[in-house]
Design a protein around this ligand. Structure first.
Ligand code: HEC
Length: 466
């Protein structure tokens, strides 16, 4: 039997014998927690999407024998909020006023249950009276209309990550409204994560070879593309909120940005990463748009907006993360444009940085707050930013209860960076480039460049659009 499990088991008889206060004792032993009766349903719902043999996570949690040795670590990782991976968090600086759709985080009761299970020595319980296991989540997009796949297979080998973009024409003659998107990784052992962009200007076509492919890193390689979906292991299909259709302009191209991570087992091939789309039937009630705000390299409009003065500026206001600095911050402020209608709502938020980034917060200061609107509202905080788990986060609730956004409201972005060897992502990215010490980091598209970018999912009533 595993050492850790033995250690736990010896604790129980001792605590029973030691004559601790009745209160203590009831906390630890009267609420008996077992694998078959309590823990297995939770773990099946929240963990085994990744913690399965051959899955992305380093160990399986599918059976009692597999999970029991990890009981203490499971309680620790869930209490710390590290597992399941969900970057949006409530923090001292940021209390988001709306619940998130498909919030993976465990409740306090669920965390306590895992803690009790570990404290009680991870008992198995009776398999005869096991609680029913929840059905696994449905990973298929319902009623898809079309599928767009990369045109030629991609090979990876060696140990270096490879970032490829694929430019695919949608050939839509008129504006269309997108309702659902699903990303299908072609080879899950090497496809690490995938971002899909809408390229309205068609700029990606000029970058691509005859197969529509080109190398790129954390984005599509040009400025005005909008992130429409993201995939990391365990991701569900993206569905717009009820009544919302994302406006896709005529002749838009899709850019599929795939991050490949070779396993080291020789030449490996991705035969066909693809994207499924479902279009809105008729006209939606709300027209969705995705607005990118951030990545300012200097001040705007006479100095008050854009990039703000920072702690390590040397040459005026500059976006520069000095080599070796572990707690650098860049701040940006931007007024929402007059092109958005007064009755706009925010339904989705995403933060975006690269490997040096550690912490990002986005908020909104309202120009003329009405009674029901906070004057200063935190929209999202990702305090343990991780390039590998990036995605959009949707607010849960009817559209007319979601945060309002009006022209002139000020968006603020706070991006924290650790550009030292103490940041494992930096150390790894440097090693990939054959470097062994940090370098000054600037704004840009490459692996060792950085970003500070917010993706705002906005929507307004269709009457504003027609
Ligand atoms: C979306 C995929 C995914 C889900 C869902 C998930 N994990 Fe993980 N887990 C991982 C990966 C990947 C790792 C390896 C570390 C990393 O990459 O962050 C990991 C690592 C861990 C670790 C080791 C942490 C450490 O400190 O090294 C524990 C414990 C753990 N997971 C428990 C859980 C539990 C309990 C759940 C469910 C409540 C869960 N995980 C859900 C992907 C997942």
């Amino acid at each position: 039997m595993n050492q850790r499990l033995l250690g736990c088991l010896t604790v129980i008889p001792l605590s029973l014998l030691c004559g601790c206060g009745a209160k203590e004792r009831s906390k630890d032993t009267t609420v008996r927690v077992t694998w078959h009766q309590d823990v297995a349903p939770l773990v099946n719902e929240s963990c085994v999407g990744c913690h399965v043999d051959g899955g992305i996570a380093p160990f399986s949690l599918t059976t009692y024998e597999a999970a029991a040795p990890f009981a203490g670590m499971m309680a620790d990782a869930t209490e710390l909020g590290v597992m399941p991976p969900f970057l949006a968090q409530d923090t001292e600086e940021c209390q988001v006023n709306h619940p998130w759709v498909d919030d993976l985080r465990l409740t306090a009761e669920e965390q306590l249950m895992l803690r009790r299970w570990a404290d009680q020595g991870a008992p198995e319980g009776d398999p005869e009276t096991a609680a029913a296991l929840p059905a696994p989540p449905d990973l298929e997009l319902k009623d898809k209309d079309e599928t767009h796949a990369i045109a030629a297979p991609v090979e990876v080998s060696g140990s270096k990550d490879k970032f490829m973009c694929f430019s695919l024409p949608l050939n839509n003659a008129s504006i269309q409204f997108l309702e659902g998107v699903q990303i299908n990784p072609g080879n899950e052992s090497i496809v690490h994560h995938v971002l899909v962009y809408a390229d309205e200007s068609g700029a990606s076509e000029a970058l691509a070879d005859e197969n529509g492919a080109y190398e790129c890193f954390g984005g599509p390689g040009f400025n005005d593309a909008a992130l429409i979906a993201a995939w990391a292991p365990g991701a569900l299909p993206s569905e717009m909120p009820a009544g919302v259709g994302l406006a896709i302009q005529p002749n838009t191209r899709l850019v599929i940005n795939v991050h490949y991570h070779p396993t080291g087992a020789g030449v490996e091939t991705d035969e066909g990463t693809s994207v499924d789309l479902r279009w809105y039937d008729g006209l939606p009630e709300w027209v969705g748009i995705l607005q990118l705000i951030g990545n300012f390299s200097g001040t705007l409009f006479g100095g008050s907006y854009g990039l703000q003065p920072g702690p390590n500026d040397e040459d005026g206001v500059e976006f520069r993360i000095p080599a070796g600095v572990s707690d650098h911050t860049e701040t940006m402020i931007f007024p929402l444009p007059t092109s958005i209608p007064d009755n706009t709502r925010i339904w989705q938020m995403a933060t975006h940085m690269h490997y040096v980034g550690t912490d990002m917060l986005i908020g909104l200061v309202r120009d003329d707050p009405q009674e029901s609107e906070p004057a200063d509202e935190c929209l999202i905080h990702t305090p343990r930013w991780d390039f590998n788990w990036q995605r959009g986060y949707l607010y849960d609730g009817p559209m007319d209860t979601l945060p309002t956004a009006k022209p002139g409201d000020l968006v603020y972005l706070q991006c924290g960076y650790d550009n030292s060897m103490g940041n494992p992502h930096v150390a790894e990215a440097l090693a990939d480039q054959g470097l062994d010490a940090p370098v000054d980091v600037f704004l840009g598209e490459e692996t060792l460049d950085e970003m500070c970018l917010g993706v705002f999912g906005l929507a307004f009533p269709i009457s504003e659009f027609l």
